[in-house]
Design a protein around this ligand. Structure first.
Ligand code: ZN
Length: 392
């Protein structure tokens, strides 16, 4: 077996991770970090490095023989800093306060996901040291605009013809193999009433009181499915307001509720809307005065890659080769760009350093040893899928 452990240069990888964190890169402000990544890829000996007008970076490693194309994906933007102190220090500090043995790298984007990006970029270099890829091609895609939009950066690459047979998302999984995440559907639910003077409410129909029935039904009567890996679907309310106005004595004739429903790949938008319509019909059956409407607002697709997919199997083997165990499958609580790869027909598996629950928090850190281990596992994956003895 090739020596995946020693193929990785841990000091250089750690320094590169720190440099990424020390380079601020809010969404749409990725130019500087994009340059840092391109320079690193070039000096690590990638066969080709290119960028585009969104500052996406793609590094390519070519094998000498035909074979599969393996795509690594990570995003190079980070969430807003908020109150996080010294957010771009990239300091190496004791991990104990964060629940880790050993040292962690501190800074905005550390776990989401500059640690993962650094590990992917250096896996290319480690693979090269082992004479890989021998067959096919490895693409390391570092994309912009993940945090603010619906996969704008990765969407741009896919639209421009980037494709692959297998994909890996390096978002934080705590070094477990992840299969996907629930989707998110945001919708505006409006109840309609009839205005009257606030001093004579019996002359109107109060849309807020009608919404009260909806809130009740959502908590008591709305059935939610469950998924063996992705867990339970959920529904919650994000915002509520009424009109015409807060400070005038008018019984409101409109009340708006923003609903957040987390769903599974099997569920379509039509299914979800039908479920809500049914709930509203149930209320109407008891209250003929009840009137409500639905308006879809946002849709982020669910992601689920079957455990039988070759890329999932290969990732489990790679994890076992480096860490001794394939481990259990898991899923993210948030959405990742991997969902757009799946939608494009490129089966995507998740594996990355860091704790997903620290993402976007002031406790944003990534353990040094997890970044190094992730890099070793990625290198083992390249050997598995694009190595000499692979029959896939
Ligand atoms: Zn992320």
């Amino acid at each position: 077996m090739p020596d995946f452990i020693n193929a990785v240069d841990p000091d250089r990888l750690t320094q590169f991770t720190r440099r990424l964190i020390q380079t601020p890169s809010l969404s749409r402000e990725e130019q500087a970090v994009s340059r840092v990544i391109q320079d690193e890829m070039r000096s690590l000996g990638y066969d080709e490095v290119y960028t585009d007008e969104l500052y996406n970076v793609v590094g390519v490693l070519r094998g000498g023989e035909p074979g599969p194309r393996l795509l690594f994906n990570g995003h190079i933007d980070h969430a807003g800093v908020g109150e996080m102190p010294d957010a771009f220090s990239g300091a190496i500090i004791d991990g104990a306060p964060y629940g880790y043995d050993g040292e962690v790298i501190y800074g905005r984007g550390a776990c989401d996901m500059k640690g993962g990006v650094a590990a992917m970029v250096h896996a290319g270099a480690a693979a090269r040291r082992l004479g890989l890829p021998q067959r096919g091609e490895v693409l390391v895609t570092c994309v912009s605009r993940e945090e603010i939009a619906q996969g704008e950066g990765i969407g741009h690459l896919l639209k421009n013809g980037v494709t692959a047979d297998f994909a890996v998302s390096g978002e934080a999984t705590g070094l477990k193999v992840y299969l996907g995440h629930r989707g998110k559907f945001e919708m505006r639910l409006t109840t309609q009433g009839r205005t009257s003077h606030g001093g004579y409410p019996q002359g109107g129909v109060n849309a807020i009181f009608k919404m009260n029935r909806v809130l009740d039904a959502l908590q008591k009567d709305y059935p939610l499915p469950s998924h063996p890996v992705l867990g339970p679907a959920t529904v919650t309310a994000l915002d509520i307001n009424a009109s015409p106005g807060a400070l005038s004595p008018i019984v409101p004739d409109r009340c708006n509720l923003i609903v957040d429903r987390r769903f599974f790949p099997e569920e379509t938008q039509e299914d979800l809307l039908a479920g809500f319509e049914e709930l509203l019909a149930g209320i109407k059956a008891q209250d003929p005065e009840f009137k409500a409407s639905l308006e879809p607002l946002k849709w982020f697709p669910a992601m689920f890659t079957e455990p039988t997919e070759p890329v999932v199997q290969a990732m489990s083997r790679a994890r076992e080769a480096v860490m001794g165990q394939a481990g259990d499958f898991g899923n993210w609580y948030f959405g990742v760009d991997g969902t757009f790869l799946n939608q494009a027909g490129i089966p995507c598996v998740g594996f990355g350093p860091g704790n997903e629950f620290l993402a976007h928090t002031p406790r944003d850190v990534v353990p040094v040893d997890q970044v190094i281990t992730a890099c070793q596992v990625y290198t083992a994956l390249i050997a598995d899928l694009c190595g000499p003895n692979s029959e896939k």
